[in-house]
Ligand binder design. Structure first.
Ligand SMILES: Nc1ncnc2c1ncn2[C@@H]1O[C@H](COP(=O)(O)OP(=O)(O)OP(=O)(O)O)[C@@H](O)[C@H]1O
Ligand SMILES: [Mg+2]
Length: 404
């Protein structure tokens, strides 16, 4: 049975202040002694939305299906379930409610053990003092409010993170599709233009033009093969999205890096003609495991960056050197340019998604490239000197030769 509580109240108790008590989360006080419930109402009701119960069982019925309570104050000694039993159950069913025990001195050790076991956050002595009681309830309501705020913020942070990841994914798709799409478009445009010219030349009275038309048709064939490469690249990007959405790793095939270098050189020849001399030094012919298209995308991103970093000066003075070596068990691809170079402060950020110094850049080229290289068990590094140039190094594990 409960002991008698004699509520005392000092002049320091603050007057009722909250303008919307009804809308505030309620406080549940449980005690089998009606006098205590009335006293609690008299003290707390002006400031809090108070609900009372005469037993633990009644309290559980009140809480059933309701999750808006901020605080539970339970008397320890009640017929039926004790205050600690009630707090233990409420902890399981309503973990967000701040639970407190009201005890007589004789129940102190049980109350301390309840705190240690996490059933309640604190206890109040009986008979309670009104000031202490109100201060304790105020703290508990505030803790409940802070917890709810933290939970809301956590949800918002994880939503923001998901939105950011989705934004990176969407922008990455755009970035990856842009280059192959422009290859397809420009190759098809070229074919249409060259075909029109060839058709104009191939009239019955212009037989000597046949040689020129043949050369033109060969160029069309080359451009169509670039368009097919571009379309294949698009397909692989779309396939990659499909696989990663299903949580599957892309298939890895043997890739001849020298072949990748050659096909990227073909893709950038238009841009390179305007900006720099391309120097190629293939001292080895290593094979790695991966996707030729994905590795081509890495090389294309890095080479395009190198070409875009060239200062305005005669094209012969600008160089982009692509070299391929075997170093131990690694294929090492270096792309060195003598362009603008990168400031040390920017150098640390160039692999970050969305970091760009270009007016029309997305800042995704290197972020995507690093992701691809790391997926293949390799690494990509950069060295740069402002005003002198930049070198990117891609290291990939060489594919072990299958014994025949
Ligand atoms: N070879 C390089 N020389 C000088 N700066 C470079 C070089 N490569 C990269 N950078 C710097 O790194 C930044 C990030 O490159 P990244 O390829 O990720 O994006 P971007 O080229 O700006 O945009 P996008 O790839 O969409 O065209 C560039 O904006 C540029 O400042
Ligand atoms: Mg780029």
């Amino acid at each position: 049975m409960s002991g008698t509580s004699v509520p005392t109240r000092s002049a320091a108790v603050s007057p009722p202040s909250s303008p919307s008590i009804e809308s505030a989360p309620p406080v549940l006080y449980v005690d089998d002694d009606r006098a205590n419930l009335l006293a609690f109402r008299a003290i707390a009701e002006p400031q809090y939305n108070v609900v009372t119960a005469r037993s633990a069982e009644e309290a559980l019925r009140i809480l059933e299906g309701r999750h808006d309570f901020a605080v539970l104050l339970a008397d320890q000694r009640m017929p039926g379930l004790s205050g600690i039993d009630l707090c233990e159950r409420v902890r399981a069913s309503h973990p967000d409610i701040e639970r407190m025990l009201v005890t007589a001195y004789s129940d102190l050790s049980a109350a301390i053990s309840a705190i240690n076991r996490g059933h309640v956050s604190r206890y109040l002595h009986k008979p309670w003092n009104a000031d202490e009681l109100l201060a304790t309830v105020r703290d508990a309501v505030e803790r409940h409010r802070l917890k709810a705020t933290v939970q809301r913020l956590q949800v918002r942070i994880s939503e923001t993170e998901r939105m950011y990841a989705l934004g990176v994914l969407t922008a990455s798709i755009g970035h990856e599709l842009r280059t192959p799409l422009s290859v397809v478009t420009s190759s098809v445009d070229f074919c249409r233009h060259a075909l029109r010219q060839s058709l104009a030349q191939l009239t019955p009275e212009s037989a000597p033009a046949t040689t020129r038309a043949l050369a033109s048709l060969r160029e069309i064939e080359g451009a169509l093969s670039d368009a097919a490469d571009g379309a294949q690249r698009l397909l692989e990007v779309v396939e990659g999205i499909h696989l990663s959405a299903r949580g599957e790793a892309p298939v890895r095939l043997p890739v001849d890096i020298a072949h990748v270098v050659q096909s990227v050189l073909r893709l950038v020849r238009g841009e390179a003609a305007l900006r720099a001399r391309m120097v190629v030094d293939l001292a080895a012919r290593p094979t790695v495991a991966g996707s030729a298209t994905r590795l081509g995308q890495v090389l294309l991103n890095v080479v395009l960056n190198a070409l875009q970093a060239m200062p305005q000066r005669p094209v012969e003075q600008n160089h982009v050197t692509i070299s391929l070596r075997e170093e131990g068990r690694h294929a090492v691809l270096r792309i060195a340019d003598n362009g603008s170079g990168i400031e040390p402060a920017q150098l640390r950020r160039i692999f970050d998604p969305f970091f760009t110094t270009k007016q029309k850049g997305t800042g995704l080229g290197l972020a995507i490239s690093r992701q691809i290289v790391e997926e293949l068990g390799g690494e990509i590094d950069v060295e740069s000197t402002l005003g002198s140039g930049t070198t990117f190094t891609v290291r990939l594990p060489i594919l072990a030769q299958a014994s025949s």
